[in-house]
Design a protein around this ligand. Sequence first.
Ligand code: AHG
Ligand code: MN
Ligand code: MN
Length: 349
Amino acid sequence: MAKAAEHQDKEHQDSTDKGLDRDCTTLSRHVLQQFQGFSAQAQDLSALMNRIALAGKLVARRLSRAGLMEGVLGFTGEVNVQGESVKKMDVYANDVFISVFKQSGLVCRLASEEMDQPYYIPENCPIGRYTLLYDPIDGSSNTDTNLSLGSIFAIRQQEGEDRDGQAKDLLAPGTKQIGAGYILYGPSTMLVYTMGKGVHSFTLDPSLGEFILTEENIKIPDHGSVYSLNEGNFWQWEESVREYVRYVHRTEGYTARYSGAMVSDIHRILVQGGVFLYPGTVQKPEGKLRLLYESAPLAYVIEQAGGRATTGEMNILDVVAEKLHQRTPLIIGSKEDVAKVESFIQNGH
Ligand code: AHG
Ligand code: MN
Ligand code: MN
């Protein structure tokens, strides 16, 4: 073969291989690759992620047809353990996660925003040593207007025997999470996860029904222009938070973005940099967001990408919970932007 033709042939081969490889990196394969082998734990976590992905696909499918079906949108009329009105999609998504983990043999307990107490799957408990903590629908207020939503998850290994069924081991700090991530239901459905070896994103290809690798080892910029918080709460904040917001208002280079679903706001920040805040208020210093299935999993993702997450006083991943549905203030995002907010909270400027 002539040299030029040989070269062209090799180039074609390379690009075909790359294309094929890209098309074939499914989520479950990726998890196995992360652990470089077929250890029992690698196989468990790969199977577990596959189930989470299935839950994501079921939720995405229902959301994509919500306006065409009866009984999908709107409220149930119930109030959850958080004192918040429950939407039909909250209940659907909560049940989807339970049903995909029944008979999985992997997960003994599930704990979610929508359930007062952890849900036990007794048939899994003799062998299933993992617990899933999750927020089935994050950003519920966006449900009825066809805007972005998310699901958040964290995987923990059961510690001790949990004889009294109180799941006290789940109160341990976020550093105990062995995996965490979120699913973003946007124009496309994405799944972002970490198992302590970087942050990786996948996009659902509806024609294949598979999450396909989009980006590996995502790194958050050290600084970004976005600040993301609900400024309607200005009147309720501590003076230090108000001072920070006043600083942003008078300084060139900031832009506001707030969608009502932290998964989408934090995803934007993961990719483009910036800071998301949900501070406490004078009346409720602990704020709104829940530590174990909202703040801690997202903190794990953002730290793994090179960013930071803090309450303003301490790293989110070091906070020990006192109860399952504990709330915490959250400041999360690019290193430099989180440090800026901290300097207002700690030093007043
Ligand atoms: P959830 O729908 O799970 O209750 O979470 C909503 C959270 C978060 O996603 C969002 O950033 C924030 O609450 C919005 O709250 P405000 O309406 O108070 O801004
Ligand atoms: Mn939420
Ligand atoms: Mn929710």
